[in-house]
Design a protein around this ligand. Structure first.
Ligand code: ZN
Length: 198
């Protein structure tokens, strides 16, 4: 089922996710719905908060883009990126590499807004699968960036919190308008397919 995506201004985006203790049918169905919703919205990642659930659950499906290639090691083994997609991760924790770079990000909860965000170039994520098995992901490139963006969502942190103050100031009126539209329940344009939406 394609779920409505929570937009900036919806308080659920600021909630910290609860741990998922039991991988039951409800969680499996939610994960499947999140994948469908992310794909329909041309997203690369989606966190449970973005569909109104404050849970430590995220889905990702990075496309292999020429300009922003990713690498992935799964449980210590180098793996073909596309073969491992989509990823469904529960209760993730993330360790960040000290080296950072700046890249353009969009967010499905912020239609038509993009920003340059500084993130670590590599991450190590420990999580659980839908089957309840532990999984370790070492990623670089777009996947590393997407994982940081999604784990932020799970902690109630939004990409506007990571923008430079100058960038945020320049977006202030658009953010205000978006917030107002969300609070009034107005329908917004979908995110642009041409940008990287996380
Ligand atoms: Zn996002």
């Amino acid at each position: 089922m394609n779920l409505p995506i929570a937009k900036y201004g919806d308080p659920v985006l600021r909630l910290k996710g609860r741990r998922v203790e039991k991988m039951d049918d409800r969680i499996r169905e939610l994960a499947a719905d999140m994948l469908e919703t992310m794909h329909a919205a041309n997203g690369v990642g989606l966190a449970a908060q973005q569909v109104g659930e404050a849970l430590l659950l995220t889905v990702l499906d990075v496309l292999q883009t020429e300009d922003r290639p990713s690498t992935l090691r799964l449980n210590g083994r180098e793996i073909e990126l596309l073969a491992a997609m989509p990823l469904i991760l529960l209760n993730p924790t993330i360790a960040l590499d000290r080296e950072t770079d700046i890249g353009t990000e969009g967010c499905l909860s912020f239609p038509e807004i993009t920003a340059e965000i500084e993130r670590s170039v590599a991450v190590n994520v420990q999580a659980e699968t839908l089957e309840g098995n532990p999984i370790e992901i070492e990623a670089t490139g777009l996947l590393a960036r997407a994982l940081q963006h999604e784990v932020d969502h799970l902690n109630g942190i939004l990409f506007i919190d990571r923008m430079s103050s100058v960038a945020k100031a320049s977006l202030q009126s658009r953010l205000k308008r978006l917030r107002k539209e969300t609070l009034r329940g107005e329908k917004q344009n979908p995110a642009r397919a041409s940008q990287i939406n996380l």
